[in-house]
Design a protein around this ligand. Structure first.
Ligand SMILES: NC(=O)N[C@@H](CC(=O)O)C(=O)O
Ligand SMILES: [Zn+2]
Ligand SMILES: [Zn+2]
Length: 436
């Protein structure tokens, strides 16, 4: 194991959790050593002016697609890490649906090492649950967990582990290894050919519908399997009001279930499909306004644990085509924080402490990272993000760091921006530029 590099920096005039008067935060060798006013930077330390911005723990994304290996034309570990650092992230979990699939330790260890070499964000590879995402045979989870990457989360994301017996075995095996299974909840028999939320818009537009039950039946099935196995299970990209109610029930029973919601499912609804622009095509599909509202409330009250981007880059030719043929997925890393501000902070559902909870603390806890999502206190690791809460900017896909530009937020005005990201005391991004 290589020792990760650390740095020293003085963050001047920042407001931890957006509270109180601005203070200076001194970081030496990757650790916060002093918080106060009028601090001076020791020799060799960088000095960053925080301009009174909000200081938060660095964001942790449990759901990112980096497309390396296999589709480096659409995203690489470097380009995805760049987007992550600019978006305020200090750790991202890279999904296993690459080519080849990350179903063995050769792939997961390579992703881990490449992430370390780039050094902009901690890239944690997610291992596949089944060989080749085929849903038939369990992958060697133990080998991946025991490798250099120390894989701690497994998912067939993009596909559902739909066989209930196999899912039960995966949960049992994962419990023994102390790792987490994250489920893409989609009963495939109910979504054959489905491209849009089953509802009035899909009917009107002649698009094949994706029923809510396809998601909800797997959510409740997996909650029950986790209960019986004494296992933990994590639900990827929760998208319906019904899923929220099932999560509430399962948590009330004491079942160890956690869930994430994407920024796009918080903000966008299926009325956008009337243009037939596949930029809005995603799995699970954009739902209805009542779902947006239920998901926002669930995130605010903790029924949904965290925000995860499901950053899913696709090439122009995979998006600029007939709706049914287009690939599902949208960019997310650089727009996540502003959308959380728009949908939760501005309406008063979350304060900045709450943003720290859903973007950093809870995701870090779910995957048991000990150096992320930590309190902003002396002696804690300096994985930090500075936000300008008053900034306003217009999204331009072509200007985002991703190699792809499939953002559904094109031309939208965003509130708030990340001004600085710090990984173990090293400034990784500042004023819209990465440092390495
Ligand atoms: N969300 C998507 O629509 N697409 C994801 C896969 C997934 O998250 O299910 C992708 O890999 O492109
Ligand atoms: Zn998925
Ligand atoms: Zn995904």
């Amino acid at each position: 194991m290589t020792v990760p590099p650390t740095g020293s920096v003085l963050l001047g005039a920042v407001r931890p959790y957006g509270e109180g008067e601005p203070v200076d935060v001194l970081v030496v060798d990757g650790v916060i050593t002093e918080i106060g006013t009028g601090l001076t930077a020791p020799r060799g330390a960088e000095r960053i002016d925080g301009n009174g911005g909000v200081l938060l723990p660095g964001f942790v994304d449990l759901h990112t697609h980096l497309r390396e290996p296999g589709r480096e034309d659409t995203e690489t570990i470097r380009s995805g890490s760049t987007a992550a650092a600019l978006g305020g992230y200090t750790a991202v979990f890279a999904m296993a649906n690459t080519r080849p699939v990350a179903d063995n330790s050769t792939v997961t260890d390579n992703v881990w090492r490449s992430g370390r070499e780039v050094g902009l964000v901690d890239v944690y590879p997610v291992g596949a649950v089944t060989v080749g995402l085929g849903g038939k045979q369990l992958a060697e989870m133990g080998m991946m967990a025991g490798g250099a990457a120390g894989v701690r989360m497994f998912s067939d994301d993009g596909k559902c582990v739909d066989d209930p017996l196999l899912m039960r075995r995966a949960l049992e095996y994962a419990t023994g290894l102390g790792v987490l299974i994250a489920q893409h909840a989609e009963e495939p028999r109910l979504t054959v050919g489905a491209v849009a939320n089953e509802g009035p818009w899909a009917s009107r537009l002649g698009l094949a519908g994706w029923p809510r039950a396809a998601e909800e039946s797997i959510v409740i099935r997996d909650a029950l399997l986790a209960r019986d196995a004494g296992a933990r299970v994590h639900i990827c990209h929760a998208s319906t009001e019904g899923t929220v109610e099932l999560l509430r029930w399962a948590k009330e029973q004491g079942i160890a279930i956690t869930a994430e919601v994407t920024p796009h499912h918080l903000l966008l609804d299926d009325s956008l499909l009337q243009t037939y622009d596949p930029i809005n095509k995603v799995n699970p599909p954009l739902r209805e306004v009542r779902d947006n509202e239920a998901l926002r409330r669930a995130l605010a009250d903790g029924i949904i644990d965290c925000v995860a981007t499901d950053h899913a880059p696709h090439a122009a030719q995979e998006k600029c085509c007939e709706f049914a043929q287009a690939k599902p997925g949208m960019l997310g890393l650089q727009t996540a924080l502003p959308i959380v501000v728009e949908t939760l902070v501005k309406p008063g559902l979350l304060d900045w402490r709450g943003v720290a909870r859903v973007m950093s603390e809870r995701p870090a806890e779910i995957v048991e990272l000990t150096d992320q999502g930590r309190p902003i206190e002396v002696g804690e690791p300096a994985n930090l993000t500075v936000v300008d809460p008053d900034a306003s900017w217009v999204v331009r896909g072509a200007e985002l760091a991703s190699l792809s530009d499939n953002t559904p937020f094109e031309a939208m005005t965003m509130p708030a921006t990340v001004t600085t990201t710090v990984l173990r005391g090293i400034v990784t991004a500042h004023d819209g530029q990465v440092t390495r």
